[in-house]
Design a protein around this ligand. Sequence first.
Ligand code: NDP
Ligand code: HSE
Length: 430
Amino acid sequence: MSATDGVVRIALLGCGTVGSQVVRLLQEHGEDWAARSGARLELVGIAVRDVSAPRAPWVPRDLLTDDAEGLVDRADVIIELVGGIEPARSLVLRALRSGRSVVTGNKALLARHGPELHAAVEQGDADLYYEAAVAGAIPVVYGLRESLAGDNVLAVVGIVNGTTNYILDEMSTRGLDFADALAQAQELGYAEADPSADVDGHDAAAKAAILASLAFHTRVGIGDVPVTGIRHITAEDIAAAQAGGHVMKLLAVARRTDAGVAVRVHPALVPETHPLAAVRGAFNGVVVEAEAAGRLMFYGQGAGGTPTASAVLSDVVAAAGHAMRGGHAPRESAYAQLPLLGPDATPARTQVQLRLADRPGSLAAVAGIYGEEGVSIESVHQQRSDDGQARVTITSHAATEASLTRTVERLVAESRVQEIISVTQVEGSE
Ligand code: NDP
Ligand code: HSE
């Protein structure tokens, strides 16, 4: 929709953690954003669930409404920061189909209903912007959608959930237990309303799907992403990781192989020397490997109201500029339609912690299983204990997922193995 009178009317749907900061930054810097986009930006209304609820003091109460549909119909650009699927989906479709551009931070909606949203973009000749949907303030959507449009991306490996990175970091550095670290992340505004979206990996899976779609010009939805969260990670696992020179991270991994594209989310051990090991607290980091550009790293604040509002407002400036001067955001690029591969398709490394009867032949039996399954061992670390058991940590070289799974199944059945304490992926292909 073009702005004919030099004014771009903005509707804000949602005024919570992110939306309230969008209002504040628009008030404080609106003149700059106007100069950059060439349009005066007028916030014409703010749709919320409960108009009588307390708000940040800078939120103009006279703009609040519970008629989100009516608000969409009287704006040029819609900022959707409600979250979840409905009513966000219906509101975004209503806007796009009527030619109104949408700026959203809603990764769940994009990862579940991407094709429908992109069809609505075509139908209404509108634009869809979603920089805030992945990794908060970090311009990784722009990086993949625009900066790397002239390259071939081979892999994207990232820490894209601030809450889980914060939790794992607090567990590692301050010895907090999982529940206390999660409560802190919620107080700081990092966590989703339903924290299972964070700790069970679904938020990261939605972001992985968005990143993979952009990186590989292939439609990837959240249902295509196998996911394991961090609920089961114990202080013992964290300590073992540290003892082995690793850091525990929840990773989103998307790789292109000759056969297609493999995407997944899982906790992984990252060597202390890996660039992602330095991503601490609620920060996010995404490493992109491209054929011509080589390795790039994107790093910054991946969650929180103000950092995320920065990404939202960069899209608002772009949308307003296009409304004023013409032009469009890039459309969906899914021409490649590469096959989506299962978890077996790419080689992986694992670290297995187990308790072993401390007697002759035990370690040889375990090593024999690895050898017979064709899995090469990179390192073995054994701790003695007084009760006739040894705690052994075995790190493998890269092997197929199927052979690693068979190895663990045979370890479970081996009588000298008394307990498999954990099986964790190790990032890196050496
Ligand atoms: P909040 O839960 O803090 O805010 C949601 C807002 O939406 C509230 O103002 C709420 O109204 C309003 N709302 C809820 N339901 C309705 C409805 N049916 N009609 C109208 N308004 C409604 O969410 P966040 O600000 O944290 O997140 C917003 C979006 O941004 C989500 O998609 C999230 O995934 C994404 N995001 C969030 C980040 C973060 O760090 N928080 C980072 C990156 C992206 P009321 O206030 O009356 O309850
Ligand atoms: N809950 C999300 C996170 C917010 O922790 O990263 C950003 O999407």
